[in-house]
Design a protein around this ligand. Structure first.
Ligand SMILES: Cc1cc2nc3c(=O)[nH]c(=O)nc-3n(C[C@H](O)[C@H](O)[C@H](O)COP(=O)(O)OP(=O)(O)OC[C@H]3O[C@@H](n4cnc5c(N)ncnc54)[C@H](O)[C@@H]3O)c2cc1C
Length: 451
């Protein structure tokens, strides 16, 4: 009996354990275009924490790499498997266990889809706020493991601000509880937040206790066009005082891509800022007068939800419009907000010197930019160049005091880019922490940072 047959026997007939290569192939990668991957030896569609525990205990004993998978919507190669690994998918662990309307918390299995929770709690006038653009298919476990962000995070914070507690299966197979369902807790080291953003390298999150809030009012939306992205980025720094629940920026290259697809009237704009206010909608006029100090071309706002949806269309179309132009490589860096303009100028120079189209859009309010490199489908030389430019964009962000990833994670595609922004001591501390939780180094090896 080989190892995989032995594990299948241990798990029993009740487990969904897949070894058919045609099926394991579809569990071998996420949405990152150039990350390495190979079909795993087997895939467990886990039904409960006990099955995960059995699998990890066995893998730990036999030093078999284990890759955890939520929905595979990741953009960093984090859920990509290797040929010697076992993938544990959480997709079947999709039960909302409890909604507590008095303590404003929800307890969920880690495979619950983000939007399913928000839709459910809407029935009670509540909301689960973190809103990655993938929220209709990414899992809450995946969101926690990557510390996902989204548009409303400028006001409400990223996933880590919304998680109170978790159940985790350690590499040893032991099942532990970290954090507390209480709103406040300082009793232990903050092990919970060590797991948030750990990208499957420290343990497998099986359950989460999450913050709910009273559903915010429908926001007012303002759109402002500027002569240049420098003007728009400078205006963005002055708009934070209005406590926006969204503050997004789109550059001229991306606007041109949108116009070529679906004309919305942005032909002469150098850049666009979009802002939403869900607390003080009446402040839109004052916000617009702030924009006038920065070469505003035009600006409008509305409190009507239908108009709002119409006004933010340009931001929703940004990435799909660039995708229509060719193969894309979507980068993700975070910067001090007052460095956005300089960052964009330097990326534009890189675009000119490399000959590659790079559209830039992102969450201006928290300095999280998504430069997107476009090249012709099937052009291998351009694809290789695009990968090089992808790394150069990260380096530009780092020299401006920024960081390699704001929300998509490091995964495998950026694991060698971390070293330049942290000291050797910090890198070694990370390695030591990894060994405390995963002494055999079986959990998602090669992801997050080089071992
Ligand atoms: C169109 C599109 C838009 C996107 N927009 C955003 C956005 O606005 N903001 C944003 O932050 N991201 C965005 N993403 C990226 C992606 O959706 C997020 O990273 C998301 O959090 C991944 O969730 P997932 O369930 O798909 O996880 P996966 O992709 O399956 O896994 C991601 C990482 O988490 C680990 N992991 C997954 N589940 C667990 C678990 N239960 N326990 C431990 N580790 C686990 C995996 O090993 C992997 O390292 C977008 C992606 C796409 C395709």
């Amino acid at each position: 009996m080989n190892q995989i047959e032995e594990l299948a026997k241990l798990l029993g007939v009740d487990a969904s354990f897949i070894t058919d290569p045609d099926i394991t192939l579809s569990y071998s990668r996420d949405q990152a275009p150039f990350a390495q991957s190979a079909p795993p030896r087997a895939v467990l569609l886990a039904k409960n924490a006990e099955q995960i525990s059995t699998t990890l205990r066995f893998a730990n004993q036999h030093k078999i790499p284990v890759v955890t998978r939520g929905a595979g919507s990741g953009l960093a190669g984090g859920a990509n498997s290797s040929a010697d690994s076992i993938v544990i998918s959480l997709e079947k662990m999709n039960q909302i266990i409890d909604i507590d309307t008095e303590n404003l918390i929800a307890r969920v299995e880690a495979g619950v889809i983000n939007l399913d929770l928000d839709t459910k709690v809407k029935e009670f006038g509540l909301a689960y706020l973190p809103d990655p653009a993938s929220r209709d298919w990414s899992t809450l476990g995946g969101n926690a493991a990557t510390n996902a962000g989204g548009m409303c995070c400028v006001k409400y914070g990223v996933t880590s601000s919304h998680v109170r507690a978790a159940q985790v299966v350690l590499a040893s197979g032991e099942i532990i509880e970290i954090g507390k369902a209480t709103k406040k807790s300082v009793t232990t080291y903050d092990l919970l937040h060590l797991f948030i953003g750990s990208e499957g390298t420290l343990g497998i999150i099986t359950e989460l206790t999450l913050n709910l809030v009273v559903r915010p009012q429908p926001p007012a939306t303002m759109i402002a066009t500027f002569a240049s992205i420098t003007d728009a980025a400078s205006a963005a720094t002055q708009l934070l005082k209005f406590k926006p629940s969204m503050l997004e920026i789109v550059d001229q290259t991306t606007l041109k891509a949108v116009e070529a697809w679906h004309p919305l009237g942005f032909e002469i704009a150098g850049s666009v800022l979009l802002m939403q206010l869900d607390e003080n909608p009446h402040l839109c006029e004052e916000a617009l007068s702030v924009c006038r100090r920065f070469n505003l071309i035009d600006g409008v706002y509305s409190e009507d939800p239908a108009d709002s949806a119409d006004l933010i269309r340009v931001r929703k179309m940004a990435y799909p419009a660039l995708e229509r132009m060719g193969a894309t490589l979507l980068d993700d860096v975070a910067l001090p907000i007052n460095k956005i303009a300089e960052f964009v100028e330097r990326v534009e120079k890189l675009s000119a010197s490399s000959g590659l189209t790079i559209g830039i859009f992102g969450h201006a309010g928290d300095g999280n930019m998504h430069p997107t490199i476009v090249h012709d489908h099937g052009d291998q030389a351009a694809a290789t160049l695009a990968q090089k430019v992808f790394g150069e964009i990260v380096a530009i962000a780092q020299t401006l005091g920024g960081t390699a990833s704001g929300e998509h994670g490091i995964g495998s595609i950026k694991s060698t880019m971390v070293q330049s922004e942290i000291s050797e001591t910090v890198m070694n501390l990370q390695r030591e922490i990894k060994r405390v939780f995963d002494p055999q180094l079986i959990l998602n090896p090669g992801k997050k940072f080089p071992l």
